[in-house]
Design a protein around this ligand. Structure first.
Ligand SMILES: [Zn+2]
Ligand SMILES: [Zn+2]
Length: 400
């Protein structure tokens, strides 16, 4: 009888809502382990972690996901290196959104079979006794979790366990790898299709901000705009206060100095390093107001075309579909001002695309571009060119 009672209720009898709360806490710990340990630490090295915390994350991931650090890290690094190509282990652009959203976990499993890639991209991952003899047995970990859940919560523990097991396949493999390259907004025109799903990264610990992440993959902080929130970053700051983590990088280290008006090596360095943000500013400060101005002057048919082409004018060219390209050509043919701001955009972008590492060349390219912008007769472009001169490295900004 006592055994049956224990089996039905477990060691910690909880109400329905108690079980829901516990499940949400357990799955949140798994998400924190994935985003901070596997993703930001192991794959991108954007922070360092205390050995005790690393061991906790490894053990927790073994119990709740059965995923192996080296495999996850290698597949993820390959995703960044080969993004949206046939070699990308999980691209909805190449494989179809349905395939990744519903069968993302299978795509991950298929990728683990490619041992050559796992070895090539998985350097620097744990290879100690624990990894080889304990964590390599992934079914033992998730089996042990089932036993723990049943012991604690009785038969309801099976449901808790099932939700835990589904959390990563659904949210990480399906939602982030699928939706994060398909639907949402883009702050930056990074060369792949990554998008921010929502500005508040709570449910998946900040991973929702996937466009920010693909733009600045080595940043430990995934939020970039004041209205965005990255819960994973909150955890990192908390770990830092206890000496359990140390941030290595949190994005571009670039400053703008009020009053600085020379295009020098510092400006070139800063502009190359902050180029995605510079282009986002160009979209906001030059493209948007010019379209707005033209919109008010236009007839109904032209207005419709202008509205549809506004985002296309700033979009990374490799991501444009045939219909958008045709719309763009149509507007460029018929509107000289729009053509001017588009050509200026392409010219600015080509400066770092062609001469990224040679700062003397970048300075020369920028000077030519600013001259062109100043002579364009476009107020917004002239003002934008002026702001480029204010860029500086952080050290210069501190002494200016
Ligand atoms: Zn991605
Ligand atoms: Zn990444």
């Amino acid at each position: 009888m006592v055994f049956l009672e224990w089996l039905s209720q477990g060691l910690v009898p909880l109400s329905f809502w108690g079980l829901v709360a516990v499940t949400l806490i357990l799955t949140h710990i798994t998400i924190v382990s994935v985003t901070i340990y596997l993703h930001r630490y192991s794959s991108h090295r954007s922070l360092s972690l205390h050995p005790a915390l690393k061991h906790f994350f490894r053990c927790w991931l073994w119990l709740t996901t059965g995923m192996i650090t080296k495999e996850w890290t290698a597949i993820h690094r390959k995703h960044h290196a080969k993004c949206e190509t046939a070699e990308d282990p999980h691209s909805p652009v190449v494989m179809g959104i349905g395939e990744i959203f519903w069968r993302g976990a299978e795509a991950y499993r298929d990728a683990t079979a490619d041992r050559e890639s796992i070895d090539r991209y998985g350097s620097g991952c744990p290879d100690d006794w624990l990894e080889r003899n304990v964590y390599a047995n992934n079914f033992v970990g998730i089996g042990l979790m089932a036993v723990i859940d049943i012991a604690l919560f009785g038969v309801a523990g099976l449901t808790v366990w099932a939700v835990q097991m589904l959390w990563i396949p659904v949210f990480a493999a399906g939602v982030i790898n699928g939706i994060g390259h398909w639907w949402g907004y883009r702050n930056f025109e990074c060369p792949d299709a990554a998008r921010n799903i929502v500005p508040w990264g709570i449910l998946i610990g900040g991973e929702e901000l996937h466009n920010n992440h693909h733009t600045y993959p080595n940043s430990a902080k995934l939020s970039q705009k004041p209205f965005e929130f990255d819960l994973g970053w909150g955890w990192i700051r908390l770990f830092e206060t206890f000496g359990l983590a140390k941030v290595v990088s949190k994005g571009p280290i670039v400053e703008r100095v009020a009053g600085k008006n020379t295009l020098d090596q510092d400006a070139a360095w800063a502009l190359v390093h902050d180029r995605f943000r510079v282009m986002a500013r160009y979209a906001e400060e030059v493209i948007a107001p010019t379209i707005e101005e033209e919109y008010h002057k236009a007839d109904d048919a032209t207005r419709k075309a202008l509205r549809r082409v506004k985002a296309v004018l700033a979009r990374e060219e490799t991501l444009l579909d045939e219909a958008s390209k045709q719309r763009l050509v149509g507007v460029l043919e018929n509107n000289a001002k729009v053509r001017q701001i588009y050509e200026l955009r392409m010219g600015l972008q080509s400066i770092w695309a062609k001469r990224g590492g040679n700062f003397d060349e970048v300075v020369k390219g920028l000077a030519d571009w600013c001259k062109e912008a100043e002579e364009s007769g476009l107020q917004a472009a002239r003002e934008f060119a002026e702001t480029l001169k204010s860029y500086a490295t952080p050290a210069k900004a501190a002494t200016a």
